[in-house]
Write a protein that binds this ligand. Sequence first.
Ligand SMILES: Cc1ncc(COP(=O)(O)O)c(C=O)c1O
Length: 391
Amino acid sequence: MAAGEAHLARRLRPFGTTIFAAMSELATATGSVNLGQGFPDADGPVELREVAVAAIRAGANQYPPSAGVPELRRAVAAHQRAWYGLELDPGTEVLVTVGATEAIAASLLALCEPGDEVVMFEPSYDSYAACCAMAGAVPRLVRLRAPDWSFDPGELAAAVGPRTRLLLLNSPHNPTGKVFSADELGQVAALCVAHDLLAVTDEVYEHLVFEGPHVPLATLPGMRERTLTISSGGKTFSFTGWKVGWACGPAPLVAAVRAAKQFLTYTSPAPFQLAVAHGLGFAPEAMGRLAVELAAKRDLLCHGLAALGHTVYRPAATYFATTDIATVAPGLSAEEYCAALPERCGVVAIPSSVFYDPADPVAGRTLVRWAFCKSETVLRDALSRLASWEA
Ligand SMILES: Cc1ncc(COP(=O)(O)O)c(C=O)c1O
């Protein structure tokens, strides 16, 4: 039994400590290069840090409004209009949250009755299953398959049943780096409309796209009125520690999520909200700078891992690449490989099996996720360390 499990409510027992925290601790303890947890090793724009500091000095230090400071709600609405042509009322259709993490949790808690089903793609970001468990909802998983992480439309249709409450979509997608195609988004939207489902979309990597545009599900016909769009300043501006996120969409959906949010955290840190509001006004060129840098890092890591014998699934977005280790570590599971890697090579990575249903021991068995939001020096160091791996 894992530490603390005796006290942990049964519904949360499968979730324990997240793999990211455990692997980051291991990286520190072994002096390894950490390509596990998805945080950049360089902070975002100085200009935004200065806005946060100035806000603290100017007195933005007491509870801001529960829905978020007006400046950020207006900035989110303006961003959605400028980038995607989506019109939102900042007063009723935007809610600021403590990172996208809280927006996801509050959405599932607010929108699902115990026993409701949530259709989502697998592999999936680990908080989705945990938040379903907290809400008493049941995930219905639809498999994304390598090499292009496409899904079987029949499998998607079959996942919808009488208890389906909503569909949870993550595009750009963690861990695969997939950007759902226009055709795939069309299939998802058609299904939601046909079955009158709500959609919750996690778009935290919306500005870290290397190939093709980012298309919010809410922009598809029939989706604006049924979609709650979630994003965050953490990934866009490289301030993952600020934890400023938001959910936006039709007023009744936002009001429901706000009802849950007020009893989770009530509000979100004021100075960081003001700084992120400032950032959302950046011109497209400044907004796209990080993606340009990341594309070069993706290529460096992906070429390097391919040269070491990995089967590489090159991502179209995000800061994660997935490889299959079957040829470099024959017979080992990704979990065994990632457990051995810090000692043997001084590198930490995440076994992708953690993004699959634990009841399925085969899914993702030899897949590993590598974060490349690190300096070129760090990535080259990691690759040279990995060269010492012997099967
Ligand atoms: C898909 C996805 N959603 C949400 C989050 C969490 O976002 P935040 O840090 O804004 O809570 C992450 C962080 O890694 C993520 O990958």
